[in-house]
Design a protein around this ligand. Structure first.
Ligand code: F6P
Length: 564
């Protein structure tokens, strides 16, 4: 099934032209003015998307802008491209693949066939095997080679094979109740693996080698080193590893793989019976809810993993069925285009007011920037307008004491998303008079978006008795846009909802720009260059990168490299 690249250029649509014209009179309008003019704004711009309560009203866009953005989405075929993606069309045209991550969370009682293949059955077969495996681990039925239960599960993977499961396992810390501690090793810097190995007990650890391609340098190097470490450490404890049968028996109990590449997994020495598969229609950065989530499932258990899938599906359904003017991912994606292309913003901040969600901005960086860091359209022509903003962020309240000053009184427009929860996991009551820490945290949360939106005027400062010479320094312009996302609690379900929300926001932007959100040719070329340079860096070939700077740097490195 295929859908042709959109021949329509966004800049030649009528709504784009109208937005250009309207922008001229809109620039300079304040959020205070917009709130005064639009009596039902908060109601109109608040959306329930699955488990997420989303307030868009503090965005720097009035009702007319929102109307034109919706028209822009329609002019670019957003509903049609959304439906095509979800139906399994080949939307990733440069790799000739579908992007069917929404099928990973399809409920068990729903059928879903693509080109004669029962995709739902395939997904649920793997999920079933994952559940059985995790139940065995958690109940102590799966034992290490010396008969010890598995207590430490180490995911070795990078990019999408690391960031999603690591972020989710951190976010769902309170759900890790079975005594299985998850670890994540990704970096080629040996410091990463060493730090994990220092904490591991070779008799009760299990490695999950996660790589869609099973050819990623970082993952294979770390996996080989982990294998060597395990054999050596077990041998020290009297477990023989002299024959290949003995080594195989150890690997069988302590290594499993998650991949689409059965052949490479077998070649690495992992029994294909201990491999959990997925499909080329799952992009790396969209794969946390595939078998790539195995370490997460081991840590939180199959039931909570099912809740996680349900949260993803909740938001898929919202994206699929809500009308565009009340569709949270559609509006958030369209607002991103508005800020990037009409109001010249360069970046987008994401602030989770939750320490457990601290890895969420890092996870989003791959999802959004690997997807939207493109400058040509699907048909190969130049996009011609700025695309993907830089996504960044840090948890509140820490961010308030680091970079918020630039948001409050700097010179750049930086839209942001504030993510908070009505209830914490575990209350802590403190001074004064039994105040709950979570209420304090959330008072900060609400205060920041309020100040960012509405600022503080010179008149208000004067009325508060501020000395005249300090007024320019204390005046806050406001009009810094934000979206507030609230959920009841940070649960598997609300986390699933958040992930699907941002997956779809990313897709929406790609449709408007007409770019491919599912390939990453720049990263692929970076990998090739590394292989080309390695011999010179190792000193087994002459330095000949071809450009003076790289040649000189590698020569300097070689001269200062201590061998041995
Ligand atoms: O970073 C580039 C990339 O290709 C990502 O898209 C992917 O998530 C990551 O490498 C890891 O790839 P693999 O799962 O095949 O090891």
């Amino acid at each position: 099934m295929s859908i042709p690249p959109n021949p329509q250029r966004v800049t030649s649509t009528a709504p784009w032209q109208e937005l250009q014209d309207y922008k001229e009179s809109f620039v300079g309008t304040t959020l205070r003015e917009i709130f005064n003019q639009e009596a039902t704004r908060v109601e109109d711009m608040t959306i329930q998307a699955g488990p997420l309560h989303i307030d868009l009203s503090k965005n720097l866009a009035d009702a007319r802008v929102m109307e034109l953005l919706v028209q822009l989405g329609e002019a670019m075929g957003l509903p049609e491209y959304r439906d095509a993606m979800m139906a399994g069309a080949t939307v990733n045209t440069t790799e000739n693949r579908a992007a069917l991550h929404t099928a990973l969370r399809i409920p068990v009682d729903q059928n879903f066939e693509v080109d004669g293949v029962d995709v739902a059955a395939d997904v649920h077969e793997v999920l079933g095997r994952m559940r059985d495996f995790c139940r065995d681990l958690r109940s102590g039925r799966w034992l290490g080679i010396t008969g010890r239960t598995i207590k430490q599960v180490v995911n070795i993977g990078i990019g999408g094979s690391d960031l999603g499961p690591s972020m989710a396992a951190t976010a769902l810390r309170p759900y890790r109740t079975a005594g299985i501690e998850p670890y994540f090793v990704s970096n080629l810097d040996p410091a990463d693996l060493s730090a994990a190995l220092d904490a591991l007990d070779p008799e009760s650890c299990l490695f999950v080698i996660s790589s869609k391609t099973f050819s990623t340098q970082e993952t294979l190097v770390n996996a080989r080193a982990a294998k060597q470490w395990l054999l050596t450490e077990l041998e020290r404890r009297g477990v023989p590893a002299d024959t290949s049968a003995q080594r195989q028996a150890i690997i069988e109990k302590h290594f499993v793989a998650v991949s689409t590449n059965r052949e490479a997994v077998t070649e690495f020495g992992i029994d294909p019976a201990n491999m959990f598969g997925f499909w080329d229609w799952v992009g790396g950065r969209y794969s946390v809810d595939s078998a790539i989530g195995l370490t997460l499932m081991a840590a939180i258990g199959p039931q909570d993993f099912d809740q996680f899938l349900a949260g993803l599906h909740d938001v898929d359904e919202h994206f699929r069925t809500a009308p565009m003017h009340a569709n949270a991912p559609a509006l958030m994606g369209l607002l991103s285009v508005w800020y990037r292309d009409f109001l010249d913003s360069q970046s987008h901040a994401v602030m989770p007011y939750s320490e457990d969600l601290r890895e969420f901005p890092d996870y989003l960086q791959q999802l959004t920037m690997e997807s939207l860091g493109k400058s040509v359209r699907l048909d190969g022509s130049k996009v011609g307008v700025p695309t993907g903003p830089v996504y960044w962020g840090a948890p509140g309240t820490n961010g308030q004491h680091a970079f918020f000053q630039l948001l409050h009184q700097g010179t750049q427009l930086i839209p942001s998303d504030f993510i908070g929860f009505c209830n914490p996991h575990g209350e802590v009551t403190t001074q004064p008079e039994g105040t709950k820490m979570h209420d304090m945290l959330m008072a900060n949360f609400f205060a920041q978006t309020r100040v960012l939106a509405f600022g503080r005027t010179a008149d208000e400062l004067r009325a508060a008795g501020t000395p005249e010479e300090l007024i320019p320094h204390k005046e806050m312009p406001g009009n810094q846009p934000s979206t507030t996302i609230l959920a009841d609690m940070l649960t598997p379900r609300s986390l699933g909802g958040l992930i699907a929300l941002y997956e779809h926001i990313t897709f929406v932007q790609s449709v408007i720009w007409g770019i491919n959100a599912f390939d990453q040719w720049g990263v692929e070329f970076g990998k090739l260059q590394t292989s080309d340079l390695l011999p010179a860096v190792r000193g087994t070939a002459d330095v000949a990168a071809g450009d003076g700077s790289t040649d000189a740097l590698i020569s300097f490195y070689r001269q200062h490299r201590n061998e041995g």
